[in-house]
Design a protein around this ligand. Structure first.
Ligand code: 7TS
Length: 413
């Protein structure tokens, strides 16, 4: 891995060379990738770990006595061990390997919430949520007759904490709250929020899809019951993810999918389920992907979450300064605590047109509703342009973005 220059006091990392995909021209210009909130690129270390697995070790896991199956199992379970340490879970029983944040949240909705919910009960979410932390709760409320309650946000895109606390009533079974808003970059004070919810005996799920890649996560310190995240936003492969759950709750929950691996014994009329965490991992998993996720954990820990955060905070400040200096550029989401995301409008140019012009300049950003339509509705917008940062970005990338936006302005003048 590239190391920082020890002489330099700049918090900026210099790891771009670890990411082979960034070494290319797009539309005749060197690629600037500012869409890591949608999916981060993978370092060579992750790509090599996946390739090595395919080249040398592939077999099914937990099934064979033969050497390859044992190697595959060791690699797969080794990734779980790394994740236990990475988020400071109590044990490997608390780390369920999934296909991503979306699957992790659906698991909790169907296995934890559904059996417990009925008419008169509530699920509490916020107006800041990604669809993945909204729709599964809508579905389970429809299935059970429970009510979905939505905590408001203010004009800066921050949770209105007094209102949120007032909504924490005894009939709320579970609060589902994002750690960081993917659409606006707002960092929520989840530790405080969990503390308030716990006073009311409310179970808390944190959607950490945008938390894990950007800061040190300690689930025991946060005190949450569930924490969900995706591999591909933390420099790992797509189709991988994690559900951390407190062991006591996971023990009580029924399996949510049936199949191989999640059982100890099967008779034609009944089954005995496997122990944690396997009870929630039916069928052959994404073994290669999870091996890559383990390598992504090593990669992030190799840099250090504090250094990742310092790099991204510095760059976000720089990007906010450079972009807000452009006449007609309006940032959307101006929370006091933000990380790695800048959503904006430019004059009255449609965000998709901005995205297209930027692509011609070799600059990749996301435009649209960012799978957070309620956030857009709150601001009365169909969508925004969104630049999001990762460990490989630099002030040069931000300068290229700013210049491309000036080009867009000229074209639409
Ligand atoms: N929660 C948050 C906060 C997210 O940002 C995303 C994906 C998800 C959940 C879903 O993750 P998945 O890996 O299961 O799909 N966010 C985005 C985004 O901002 N642009 O594209 C996907």
């Amino acid at each position: 891995m590239s190391q920082p220059n020890p002489q330099s006091s700049s918090p900026l990392l210099d790891v771009r060379a670890d990411f082979p995909v960034l070494d290319q021209d797009v539309n005749g210009k060197p690629l600037v990738y500012l869409d890591s909130a949608a999916s981060a690129q993978q370092p060579r270390q992750v790509i090599d770990a996946v390739a090595d697995y395919h080249l040398k070790d592939h077999a099914n896991v937990h099934r064979g006595v033969h050497t390859l199956s044992q190697r595959a199992t060791d690699a797969f379970e080794g990734a779980r061990d790394r994740i236990v340490e990475f988020v400071n879970a109590n044990s490997r029983k608390e780390i369920i390997l999934t296909a991503g944040t979306t699957e992790s949240i659906n698991l909790v909705a169907q296995s934890f919430a559904r059996p417990r919910l009925g008419k008169g009960d509530k699920i509490l979410v916020t107006h800041l949520e990604h669809h993945s932390n909204m729709v599964p709760w809508q579905l389970v409320c429809e299935q059970t007759g429970a009510e979905l309650v939505v905590a408001p946000i203010d004009d800066h895109g921050q949770l209105m904490l007094d209102e949120l606390r007032e909504l924490m009533t005894p009939d709320v079974l579970l609060l589902a709250v994002g750690h960081v808003s993917n659409a606006l970059g707002t960092v929520n004070p989840v530790k405080d929020i969990v503390g308030w919810a716990k006073q009311q005996d409310i179970t808390v799920l944190v959607d950490g899809a945008q938390g894990v890649p950007h800061m040190d996560i300690d689930v025991q310190d946060l005190g949450c019951d569930f924490y969900a995240f995706s591999g591909h936003k933390m420099y790992g492969p797509t189709g991988t993810g994690v559900l951390y759950g407190r062991e006591e709750l996971l023990e009580e929950m029924p399996p949510w999918q049936g199949g191989g691996d999640m059982i100890l014994e099967v008779f034609v009329d009944r089954s005995v389920f496997n122990e944690l965490p396997y009870k929630f991992e039916a069928g052959t998993p994404n073994i290669a992907g999870i091996v890559g996720l383990g390598a992504a954990v090593d990669y992030l820990r190799g840099i250090g979450p504090e250094r990742v955060a310092a790099h991204e905070h510095y760059l976000l400040d720089y990007m906010t300064e450079q972009l807000t200096a452009i006449e007609g550029l309006k940032p959307i989401g101006t929370a006091e605590h933000k990380t790695s995301v800048l959503s904006f409008m430019l004059d009255d140019i449609h965000p998709h047109d901005i995205g297209t012009i930027l692509d011609h300049e070799g600059v990749a950003i996301r435009t649209g509703h960012h799978c957070a339509m309620p956030v857009m509705q709150r601001f009365g917008l169909p969508g925004t342009a969104r630049a999001s940062l990762g460990v490989y970005n630099s002030t040069d990338d931000v300068d290229r973005l700013a210049n491309a936006l000036l080009t867009a302005k000229r074209l639409f003048a």
